[in-house]
Design a protein around this ligand. Sequence first.
Ligand code: ZN
Length: 128
Amino acid sequence: MQLLPCLLCGKKLEQRTDKNKKPYFVCDPCGIQLFIRRKEGIEKLAQLIRSLNEHDLPIRQHGQSLYEVQAILSEIDGLKTEIKKLEGEIGLFFIDEDKVRARKLLKTRIENLLSQLEQISKRNETRE
Ligand SMILES: [Zn+2]
């Protein structure tokens, strides 16, 4: 089941599908309707839900955690793109040491972000 927390009350919202097969979420108590209409948004949504499940993050907590998680995930995405770009530039025969070092720093940053995700996850567990 695809669930996202309401950004106001944190209630788990079940993903619904409109007549055009686009995903949307409704929070009855808050009266929020969240429609995701474009391909990019739908892909981001799928990715977000996958990541939430993968990291086993409890999502019934306050929306705050979700924003933190989203910010971290999108930073990781950006870093991965950078790493790929660097790897294309590092070269097979003439190794560019600066770029190797830069890649290492980016990877370290990803590690830090992943442990931040764990922190958030733990913090949510202790709140329960
Ligand atoms: Zn709500």
